[in-house]
Design a protein around this ligand. Structure first.
Ligand code: GRF
Length: 192
């Protein structure tokens, strides 16, 4: 992994598809003096992603391209990432699976936030599954992205207790709160 040299922050892109609460949190983190990263690009596969509003709010370039033909979309993004000298990618609620070829271009430099204690509950509906299975704890994981879904090396995890009253909605809120602490901590762990 690239180590932080001098005072230069590592140019980072955040990929989203939805609300963008993790994106907003990462932008705030990036502005702290000791943060190893700066956020220089927001990418979404859909114009409907609410998180795109943070582009205007924080004056960060945004780029949208649908994934109808993922090869075309990935080629366009790759081009832009190279042009903007982006060296690191954070996936934050990005709902498309990146191809092996794309990942090769950023080997060891793409990380993802997943709302479960991996390797438990890869894929979607993690909180519904945890409640249905009467689990006592849920949680979140930051991991490196590899070609195999939600399977790359784990960087950090955080547990969240599930109470009897929890619903998928309440659990989502509780876990999100922890995600917002975990993502910056994982980035610090990688670079510091
Ligand atoms: C989070 O729960 C994250 O773990 C998952 O997608 C959700 C994104 O939430 N990958 P937000 O868009 O960052 O609010």
């Amino acid at each position: 992994m690239v180590k932080l040299t001098g005072l230069k922050k590592i140019k980072t892109a955040v990929f989203i598809s939805g609300t963008g609460s993790n994106l907003k949190n990462l932008i705030k983190f990036s502005k702290i003096k000791n943060s190893p990263i700066s956020i220089d690009l927001i990418f979404s596969n859909t114009i409907k992603a609410k998180g795109l509003r943070f582009s205007n709010q924080f004056n960060i370039k945004k780029y949208v391209s649908n994934f109808k033909d993922y090869r075309v979309a990935e080629a366009k993004i790759l081009n832009l990432l190279k042009k903007k000298n982006i060296k690191f990618i954070c996936l934050a609620g990005f709902m498309k699976i990146l191809s092996k070829d794309f990942i090769k271009n950023f080997k060891g430099k793409i990380i993802n936030m997943h709302p479960s204690l991996l390797p438990k509950y890869k894929g979607l509906d993690t909180h519904i599954k945890a409640i249905q299975n009467k689990d006592k704890v849920a949680g979140c994981t930051v991991h490196f992205v590899t070609a195999k879904l939600d399977s790359g090396k784990i960087i950090l995890q955080r547990e969240v207790k599930i109470s009897k009253k929890d619903t998928p909605t309440s659990l989502t809120k509780k876990v999100l709160k922890q995600e917002h602490k975990l993502y910056p901590a994982a980035i610090k762990k990688i670079f510091n």
